[in-house]
Design a binder for this molecule. Structure first.
Ligand SMILES: [Zn+2]
Length: 158
């Protein structure tokens, strides 16, 4: 077994934990795990991180969050006054940005906390958190500004 194969399998494991794995990938992962204790340990550790997510309460810096939210709210009010039709989109963006900021802060903080309490490498925990939270919330954040653009394009075609 090449070292690269383990790296590929770890990517598949990350995807599995994030719930975005294809049936083929899942099948090859299952076959690989049968003979690889190294990757079995990786799955085990990742599963413990996910399980730990439910049990911890996060300490996100409330000052930072309030500051971000306050400036976004102000901007939203300005935009709303100028153009009421943009209201929903602006609030969508705010929700997405807050989610992203919170997610990244939690990933950093929780990563270190979980690593020490579960006796794991911090970079491993960060990797799992990136896969299950930060990346999806980033996609979510990017989706909101795009939605009205897509809708406008459709309307101009019709
Ligand atoms: Zn392996």
């Amino acid at each position: 077994m090449q070292a690269d194969d383990h790296a590929i399998m770890r990517d598949v494991i990350d995807k599995t934990l994030a719930g975005s794995v294809s049936p083929q990938e899942e099948q090859s992962l299952r076959e690989h795990l049968r003979s690889c204790t190294q990757c079995q340990d990786y799955v085990d550790a990742g599963t413990r991180v996910i399980a730990g997510l439910g049990g911890f309460s996060f300490e996100v810096d409330p000052g930072l969050q309030a500051e971000v939210f306050a400036s976004l709210k102000l901007r939203a009010e300005q935009l709303e006054a100028a153009e009421p039709s943009r209201r929903r989109m602006v609030w969508g963006c705010i929700a997405a940005v807050v989610l992203l900021v919170t997610g990244s802060a939690v990933a950093t903080q929780f990563g270190n906390m979980a690593a020490s309490s579960l006796h794991l490498q911090p970079n491993h925990v960060q990797r799992v958190l990136m896969a299950v939270w930060v990346v999806p919330s980033l996609c979510f954040a990017l989706l909101f500004p795009l939605l009205p653009l897509l809708r406008n394009r459709k309307e101009s075609v019709l």
